[in-house]
Ligand binder design. Structure first.
Ligand code: ZN
Length: 362
């Protein structure tokens, strides 16, 4: 009997940054098959990708050239030891304007898809998509620069469909501090949430917006953990014990996620998977590296706390995976490692349903 295709619901992609819908800089269309990047609708269908968290991310202008000390909340400069080549805070007007533009792109794409794509706002809608084959999109904002300290924009984004938010990307915001891309290094890279950051967590809980802990530093993580009533979730991260980048989660962080009933979406970025932290692509990274991290997290806190968070269209991923069409090879790697079919389904989409049921307000 041929092995059945397992549908995958994914914790993170940066595809929206690559498919400016109808815009002059669009690299490709989402509705037509391309060889570029990792996801479009035809390739998603071929690989069994049923949907995922679609991030809206605003780039820092001149990111490559900026080497500034971090400036914390209330204008304090973060101590020298924490100074790293991270971009400085991003101007809210730039982030708001970009975020609205990409959201509009997404809604136009949804309309043009004629029912093939749906931006989901409830788990009932997500379940319907998973059963009838509609490609499901969860709207996520990665780095909360587009949101003001009074959280007015948050309410409006929620009404528009926002259901997941990262308080920071790897740069400071008015809410907290992100970790640098560095190796080997602890995620304890600076201060925790600001007062506005704590209000943000409470408001997200109240509205039913998932708080993504990926990119947040260690103190910020513990602050969210102390305040939040929702399961703790890192949508796209790996195990720090296996690859010591501050973007990954320490054993203590994994334990807290497990105790909260939360979830880790295992990131496919080779730089977060490999024991040597090399993200250059110079060395081949086998698919089994993804399974290695998933196994580590499952062994430590239980398979019900493991999911997938590809970072498709945002990172260099193992060559053998290639793009969304390679997902059946990843599922096979899980089978080959001895994962039961039932556990593979938990990892592939069922754990997301459980956590979103507990996080969102219908
Ligand atoms: Zn990210």
């Amino acid at each position: 009997m041929p092995e059945k295709t397992v549908k995958v619901f994914d914790g993170h992609n940066d595809t929206l940054t690559k498919i400016r819908h109808g815009g002059p800089n669009a690299q490709r269309s989402f509705l037509e098959r391309s060889e570029k990047g990792h996801i479009d609708l035809p390739r998603a269908r071929e690989g069994g990708l049923a949907g995922g968290f679609f991030a809206i991310f605003t780039s820092s202008p001149n990111y490559e050239r900026v080497v500034d000390p971090l400036v914390g909340a209330d204008g304090q400069t973060v101590p020298e030891a924490w100074s790293v080549p991270l971009p400085p805070k991003l101007d809210r007007r730039i982030a708001t304007s970009w975020t609205l533009s990409v959201m509009s792109d997404l809604f136009r794409l949804e309309a043009e898809s004629d029912g093939a794509i749906s931006v989901v706002r409830t788990t009932a809608e997500l379940r319907r998509c998973l059963s009838d084959g509609t490609f499901a999109v969860i709207l996520h904002i990665e780095g909360a620069e587009a949101i003001d300290s009074k959280l007015e924009a948050l309410d409006v984004f929620y009404e528009a469909g926002l259901r997941s938010l990262g308080p920071v990307w790897s740069r400071p915001t008015i809410f907290g501090h992100g970790v640098p891309f560095d190796f080997p290094r602890s995620p304890d890279t600076g201060p925790g949430l600001t007062a506005a950051g704590r209000r943000l967590v409470e408001r997200c809980n109240k509205l039913g917006i998932l708080i993504d802990l990926s990119h947040l530093n260690l103190k910020g993580f513990w602050d969210v953990s102390a305040i939040s009533q929702a399961p703790l979730v890192a949508t796209h991260a790996c195990a720090w014990s296996l690859s010591q980048t501050p973007r990954n989660l320490t054993d203590e962080q994994l334990d807290a996620i497990g105790e909260s009933g939360g979830l880790v979406g295992i990131n496919y970025a080779v730089g977060f998977l490999r024991a040597d932290g090399d993200g250059s692509g110079e060395f081949k990274t086998p698919l089994t590296e993804i399974v290695r991290h998933a196994t580590y997290v499952a062994d430590r806190i239980g398979v019900e706390h493991v999911a997938l968070g590809s970072d498709f269209d945002g990172a260099r991923i193992p060559e053998d995976l290639g793009d969304a069409t390679g997902l059946p090879r990843l599922i096979k790697a899980f089978r080959d490692a001895g994962f039961a079919e039932q556990d593979i389904e938990l990892i592939a989409f069922r754990n997301w349903l459980r956590v979103l049921d507990q996080t969102w307000r219908e």
